[in-house]
Structure formats: structure tokens, C-alpha cells
Design a protein around this ligand. Structure first.
Ligand SMILES: [Zn+2]
Ligand SMILES: [Zn+2]
Length: 182
């Protein structure tokens, strides 16, 4: 058994608007939403979930790649669930510190710390039947050379190399998924 990874919403960063790539992972009994951030309309998150047969009430975990509002602003679209970031898991009124590096969100989903865009960036790695899918803000979209807003470009490039070693498919913060050529 492995997990299933889906893209609910393909993000973009254009002069007339910015939206987050929003991911969904099903792993056994767990339903994980990655980066419920800015979208033009919340139905753009909810309708793809409906098509997958996954009601919002079934979500058990939310992972955010980093703290910018374009990737977090729709967390409350879901019932109160565990929220995972670079240094803690939040549930109800409990804030549990833990490092994100190799933190297991579910049996086939783990986090790695990938600072660069911000010092607080994490990448979500999902074991699927087709290989490892990485939800990450190390790329805004395929082919982008650096990151115009990176806090630390050198760190970003180092982390990109690491993730390219591990992943077969990259799901970037603001664009369509792309395959890693090995
Ligand atoms: Zn950001
Ligand atoms: Zn972003």
C-alpha cells in the first residue's frame, strides 16, 4: 500500500493574480491537504475534492509549505485538524514542537526542511505507486531559474538538488506538476 497524491488546484503567479497550488493526499484513513492558500474562489478547492469523493469533513491533516498567506489563507475552510509546519504540529489549542526534518505525517507522507524561499520552508514527500511526489515551494513553477523573493538563494539551490535526488514528480507552489528527468 502506498498513498495517492492529487493536485486540487494548479497555482499561478501572474500580474493580475496569484494563487497557490493546492494538493490532496489520501493515505489509508488519513486525508491530507497541502497548502490551502489563495484561490480565486473557494469552490476551486472544494469542487475537485467533491469529484474525488473526499468531503472537507474527512480531512485529517493540513500541511503548509511555509507561512505566507498565499499558501495558508484557506486553512479554516476545513474542520479543525492537525496542521503541520516547519517546527510544530497544531491541533485545537495544542502546539507541539518538533522538527519537520523526516517528520511523518502519515505512513507514506513525510516532511523535509527545505529553507530558501523562506527559512521556514518544508517539502512534503509522498510515496505513490508511480514514485515519490514532492509538494514544494522550492520552485514557483517549472523552469524558473531562482526565486525573486528568496530569503536565501544558495540554500534554495542546495535544497533543490536534494529534492531532485529524491522525487520523481515535483508539484511547485505556483504552477503545473513536472517530472524529474533522472
Ligand atoms: Zn511564499
Ligand atoms: Zn508562493
Amino acid at each position: 500500500m502506498t498513498a495517492a497524491a492529487h493536485v486540487l488546484h494548479e497555482g499561478y503567479a501572474r500580474s493580475d493574480g496569484v494563487a497557490s497550488t493546492v494538493g490532496l493526499v489520501r493515505d489509508g484513513d488519513q486525508v491530507i491537504v497541502v497548502d490551502p492558500g489563495m484561490v480565486a474562489n473557494r469552490s476551486l478547492i472544494l469542487e475537485p475534492m467533491e469529484r474525488l469523493g473526499v468531503p472537507p469533513q474527512s480531512v485529517t491533516d493540513i500541511v503548509i509549505s511555509h507561512h505566507h498567506p498565499d499558501h495558508t489563507v484557506n486553512i479554516a475552510l476545513f474542520p479543525p485538524v492537525r496542521v503541520h509546519d516547519h517546527w510544530a504540529v497544531y491541533e485545537g489549542d495544542r502546539w507541539t514542537d518538533r522538527p519537520a526534518e523526516n517528520a511523518q505525517v502519515s505512513p507514506h507522507v513525510r516532511l523535509v526542511e527545505t529553507p530558501g524561499h523562506t527559512p521556514q520552508d518544508t517539502t512534503t514527500l509522498v510515496d505513490t505507486p508511480d514514485g515519490v511526489v514532492a509538494f514544494t515551494h522550492l520552485w514557483w513553477f517549472e523552469g524558473i531559474e531562482g526565486d525573486p523573493r528568496a530569503a536565501d538563494l544558495e540554500a534554495l539551490f542546495r535544497q533543490r538538488e536534494r529534492v531532485l535526488e529524491i522525487a520523481d514528480l515535483i508539484v511547485p507552489g505556483h504552477g503545473p506538476a513536472f517530472e524529474v528527468s533522472k
